[in-house]
Write a protein that binds this ligand. Structure first.
Ligand SMILES: [Zn+2]
Ligand SMILES: [Zn+2]
Length: 135
């Protein structure tokens, strides 16, 4: 596992990351906040972000972070979350389903393209000349 020093997405402090986007302190807070928010949404099905912030006392930063990560999905999120590509309102994550599909296609075709443009490694000729034929 690679360890990188990142600045925490929540408090900005530098910390050694094992893959998380925030420092251990904030990760702890986030976990607690997440449980609270989940409980709140369970009781208030149509809660908006404002409702959640007011109802739980949890920082809007946390709520938005959960939404961006796709950990949380609420109806009211469309008011603040927009697809990073086309700008359509979305309820969780960073892209709308259209753009996610588009991106997935682009990614897979990029991989395909790479495979095709990679020159076929020739083991004939040079190698044989240098090392001789093994069989
Ligand atoms: Zn932090
Ligand atoms: Zn989009």
């Amino acid at each position: 596992m690679s360890v990188r020093v990142l600045s925490c997405k929540i408090c900005g402090k530098l910390f050694q990351s094992f893959g998380a986007g925030y420092c251990p302190g904030c990760a702890d807070e986030m976990d607690k906040a997440f449980v609270k928010i989940k409980e709140y949404i369970y009781d208030h099905e149509n809660a908006t972000i404002v409702d959640i912030v007011e109802g739980t006392g949890i920082s809007e930063k946390y709520v938005l972070q959960f939404l961006k990560e796709g950990r949380l999905s609420i109806e009211g999120a469309a008011d603040v979350l927009r697809c990073e590509d086309c700008g359509r309102p979305i309820s969780s994550g960073r892209y709308c389903s259209n753009c996610r599909e588009k991106l997935a296609n682009v990614l897979s075709s990029a991989v395909e393209g790479k495979k095709k443009s990679m020159p076929a490694i020739s083991t004939q000729g040079k190698m044989h000349g240098k090392y001789g034929r093994k069989n």
